[in-house]
Design a protein around this ligand. Structure first.
Ligand code: GLY
Ligand code: MN
Length: 498
């Protein structure tokens, strides 16, 4: 059901002015299905549903500390951090809303109440800022917006009032519909996080520069490199749900065999939606030779006994933290000899990679350690001519290892992407960082440089690793990794299928 089922289509010109004078437009006949009597009737007879005494969100102290760090970095500047707008999927349907990571990180804002939201930090002098969240208020009942606009609360659900939002987030809240004008009139230096809200950017276009805005974006990306205790707890929750999602998949492999990879995608998605907000990225449910396609998300192929299933998937929590876990599983529960040989090599590489994750170590160490093991095996198997150091120097192993061995993980699956090279890939690991370790070997079905038995086999093993004070902790240790352990685990779950 859509707004259009009930009302005549609204012309583009009326959409542009609807927010200002909807009731007048309606009287002018633009909503001919609504009589004046009905319009009057709908204005009244509604209970006051304002909520009182709301408890602040669980991470209110952490978001305040994050805002304080931001304030200290940019004294005297007005900082504008939009949450973003709805994006059209087609015609009058939109993609599910997801707040920008920058906004969510600084406010704790959630999908149900941050559409069009903007966090503004106003400088209070040479030092310090006052934060305000600008949000859509409750839908107006007097002008009919609540039931006549496609984004009215009657269509999309109740929003928090500005007073409720202020209580929840611990930040004064104001009406976002007044913000663009305020920003246009504002004086003094401004920085905005670009790419989320064209209206806000347009209001600021003569006040900002790309270079200064980029400094804000980079700071907010690097601030997220080290996770606080709340974030680590959320990442563990995401991983725990993901572990259950993988178990769900193993339990229904026979149904996937009878249908397609989509059965696996749907099964995992069910867990993600019931326990979390969503999947953190398109689930890769790659069976047989599809496992050699790194981001196989079409998921429309067959699932066959005797083949491997590469499942790379992660549940995202309601606070937007995502897991990113991969297991490569024999569909029938037992690895063939060649599958096991390749799997065990990837496992050994992952073990070496995980062992290299420690505070004070270089970020690149885990990649180098894993690549070394994979290059050794490829030489040993006669697929590339040694010595190993030559292979690594020329990068020849990359024909089959294809991608980097991991990345930072957090609110984005590939987190902190705007961090500078010196802070990330050329940087040093610190306690509180969370990264994936995910080596793989991929032998394309049409790769004539390897014996036929290798072709069409792809293996990746991926875990989510927290850097601790004295080493690391595998957040996804709840899923077995060694080939024999994987087989035992699959057999135990098969026994519990209905
Ligand atoms: N999970 C997909 C990736 O890391 O690219
Ligand atoms: Mn990954």
């Amino acid at each position: 059901m859509t707004v259009a089922d009930e009302l005549e289509p609204v012309t583009p010109e009326t959409e542009a002015t609807e927010a200002e004078e909807p009731i007048k437009q309606r009287k002018n006949g633009l909503y001919p299905g609504v009589s004046d009597e009905l319009a009057e009737n709908m204005k009244s007879g509604w209970a006051d549903t304002e909520l009182h005494g709301l408890k602040p969100i669980a991470q209110a102290a952490e978001t305040a500390a994050r805002r304080a760090a931001l304030s200290a970095r940019f004294p005297g500047d007005r900082l504008v951090i939009p949450s973003g707008n709805l994006k059209t999927r087609s015609n009058d349907t939109e993609y599910p809303f997801r707040a920008s990571v920058e906004y969510a990180y600084l406010t704790g804002g959630r999908p149900d109440d941050s559409t069009d939201g903007v966090l503004v930090l106003e400088p209070t002098g040479a030092e310090g800022h006052e934060a305000t969240i600008y949000l859509l208020p409750r839908s107006d009942r007097e002008n009919g917006e609540f039931w006549l606009s496609g984004q009215g609360e009657l269509w999309v659900g109740r929003r928090h009032s500005l007073t409720e939002s202020a209580e929840l987030y611990g930040i004064p809240a104001a009406d976002v519909r007044e913000l663009a004008d305020k920003l246009r009139e504002a004086t003094g230096p401004v920085r905005v996080v670009r790419g989320y809200d064209a209206g806000i950017e347009a209001a600021l276009h003569d006040k900002v520069t790309a270079e200064r805005d980029d400094e804000l974006r980079v700071f907010l990306s690097e601030a997220r490199l080290v996770k606080d205790a709340f974030e680590i707890g959320e990442l563990q929750k995401a991983v725990d749900s993901t572990v259950r999602g993988f178990e769900d998949v193993v339990r229904v492999l026979d149904r996937a065999e009878a249908t397609s990879e989509r059965y696996i995608e749907g099964t995992f998605f069910l867990r993600a939606r019931v326990e979390g907000n969503d999947v953190g990225y398109g689930s890769i449910c790659a069976s047989g030779p599809h496992a050699t396609t790194l981001h196989w998300v079409r998921n429309d192929g067959p699932v066959r006994s005797g083949d491997l299933l590469l499942l790379d998937a992660g549940v995202e929590t309601h606070t937007y933290y995502t897991a990113d876990v991969t297991r490569t599983l024999p569909v029938n529960g037992t690895f063939s000899a060649i599958q096991r040989k390749i799997y065990d090599a990837v496992f050994d590489a992952q073990e070496a990679g995980i062992a290299a994750v420690r505070p004070g170590g270089k970020y690149r160490d885990f990649h180098d350690a894993a690549q070394h093991v994979l290059a050794e095996r490829l030489v040993e198997w006669g697929l590339v001519e040694g010595p190993v150091e030559r292979v690594l120097e020329l990068g020849l192993q990359r024909r089959w290892t294809l991608h980097g061995t991991g990345h930072m993980l957090g609110m984005d699956v590939h987190d902190c992407a705007a961090a500078r090279v010196e802070s990330y890939v050329d940087g040093t690991l610190e306690p509180g960082m969370v990264l994936t370790v995910e080596p793989g070997l991929y032998f394309q079905a049409d790769d004539l440089t390897v014996p036929e038995e290798y072709r069409g086999i792809g293996v990746r093993i991926e875990d989510d690793i927290l850097v601790t004070e004295d080493g690391n902790r595998n957040l996804s240790a709840g899923l077995p990794r060694g080939s024999a352990e994987v087989e035992r685990w699959m057999a135990s779950l098969k026994g519990s299928r209905d």
